[in-house]
Design a protein around this ligand. Structure first.
Ligand code: ZN
Ligand code: CU
Length: 486
């Protein structure tokens, strides 16, 4: 009899592929799934009874800003509590490495709270993550905006020159060689908005050589979204890279309903090149406070303000009324700050989530004082609210969009399935009770119905608190590609 470390008994397995639930025991040994067998066929001195529960692969949060949260908050409670076992960091054009400057300005401070967490090269950063022994895994993109700050300093309101492009390209090449999984861009943001399509495509060129991914917070998610999609697809083609469009949405009331244009456009483009996108299950987005975004939002909540105390969690309309000024003036007064914008149509959000190209990503911002509830709620909300209660898709398909599909698109080798030989990243949850509890009013709250979460065979979360397991890794592109070939 094989000596297993743990056997999870009597559960219903959602194996991540979308296959119908089946009754099985799951055995773990070391950091791997050792066996999946008929109920009662696998034995260990250490057993977990999963009667009435679903045993799924650990969820992969494909869109995060958790780069340095993995170092500062290594238990990663906001993600482990949701069943998340891997976070893809460095999205939207901003990453903690490679960063050559000594000053962490406003933009970089969104993801970095401690100066010592930045690194001049990716290898140094990955070593810091591993040294922190986080409870869950991280995979890392390199931000085009961060590359720009390295090459161009504060002079960001223009297209990069040829030598600057070369410097950015070389930094990306080196980072990919050291294990980063791709490049992200955020052409929507001031840091990168002046970049041309050519600039991004030329910087992204090393992606082809290393098999890196290109993720894009597109230049426009509102009136000009179709043009922005064309630009994104062109950059991916020219860089020879697979594409993930980030947090797909049609933003602003005048764009409600336009998923009927964007989704068929995705469907068509997916026949030509490898494209997918991520979605978070809410009608509100969140980022820095920008006065040009006020008009398109039905409601604006403040997530943090460095300048004025007591703003976090408040409606900007109330703040403006209190100050006796316009919302724009109130926003100017409390800058720099962050905000939540109610700017999407529920039907659009559901249509995007159910599209064949969709996977789930939270886009949670880990250091906000009053964060968007997606930081703590995304995955249980998809399982409980959208799949079970609204029946948007079956549970097996919800799990697939959080696990195997995500692992395939991001080339996370041997993750995202309950299968012998795969890493023991698992989430045991109660399908009848799983639900998010984080709200816009009270956003810091662990979900209900998540029982036990394993990452690399260690318990990252159990019974409503961190499980003590600290076996997360900085996933390395080269190591994953080698393992895929072996
Ligand atoms: Zn973004
Ligand atoms: Cu983002």
């Amino acid at each position: 009899m094989a000596a297993y470390d743990i056997v999870i008994r009597n559960g219903q397995v959602a194996d991540g592929t979308g296959k119908k639930l089946f009754a099985a025991d799951v055995a773990l040994k070391g950091d791997r799934i050792a066996a999946v067998g008929a109920p009662g066929s696998l034995k260990s001195e250490n057993e977990i009874d999963a009667t009435g529960k679903v045993v799924a692969p650990g969820f992969i949060d494909v869109h995060t800003h958790d780069d340095t949260a993995l170092i500062d908050n290594p238990t990663m409670a906001m993600k482990a509590s949701q069943g998340v076992t891997t976070v893809v960091c460095g999205n939207c054009g901003v990453s903690a490495a490679p960063y050559l400057n000594t000053d962490v300005g406003h933009w970089m401070s969104l993801i970095i709270k401690k100066k010592e967490n930045v690194s001049k090269d990716f290898a140094g950063f990955a070593a810091k993550v591993e040294a922190a022994r986080p409870a869950i895994n991280g995979a890392f993109l390199i931000g085009h905006g961060t590359l720009r700050m390295n090459a161009m300093g504060d002079d960001l309101g223009r297209v990069a020159t040829a030598p600057e492009i070369k410097q950015m390209r070389d930094l990306l090449d080196q980072s990919l060689e050291q294990g980063a999984i791709g490049m992200s861009s955020g052409l929507f943001y001031a840091v990168s908005n002046a970049a041309s399509t050519d600039e991004v495509a030329e910087v992204a060129a090393p992606l082809a050589k290393w098999g890196g991914i290109y993720t894009a917070h597109m230049r426009d998610e509102g009136d000009h979204i179709l043009k922005a999609m064309d630009e994104t697809f062109e950059i991916g083609r020219r860089a020879g890279a697979e594409i993930i469009v980030s947090h797909h949405k049609c933003s602003g009331r005048s764009n409600f309903g336009r998923m009927v244009e964007t989704l068929p456009k995705f469907t068509d483009a997916m026949k030509q090149q490898q494209i997918a996108f991520d979605v978070y299950p809410y009608i509100a987005g969140s980022t820095i406070l920008r006065s040009d975004m006020l008009e398109r939002a039905d409601k604006v909540l403040i997530t943090w303000s460095d300048k004025v105390a007591g703003m976090s969690g408040r409606d900007l309309k109330d703040i403006a009324a209190e100050m006796g000024c316009s919302m724009k003036e109130a926003a100017d007064h409390i800058q720099p700050a962050g905000a939540i914008y109610f700017m999407m149509d529920e039907k659009d959000v559901q249509a995007a989530m159910a599209h064949p190209g969709a996977m789930i990503g939270s886009d949670g911002i880990p250091f906000d004082a009053h964060p968007h509830p997606r930081l703590w709620g995304t995955f249980p909300r998809v399982l409980g609210h959208y799949s079970r209660d609204l029946k948007l898709f079956p549970l097996e398909d919800a799990v697939r969009r959080m696990t195997s599909y995500s692992a395939q698109r991001f080339h996370l080798t041997k993750r995202g399935e309950v299968k012998p030989g795969f890493y023991a990243d698992l989430c045991i949850f109660d399908p009848a009770t799983v639900i998010d509890t984080a709200t816009f009013e009270k956003p810091i709250a662990p979900a209900k119905g998540i029982d036990t979460v394993f990452c690399n065979g260690a318990i990252a979360w159990r019974d409503g608190k961190p499980g003590g397991g600290r076996a997360g890794r900085a996933l390395n592109r080269q190591a994953m590609q080698d393992e895929a070939k072996a």
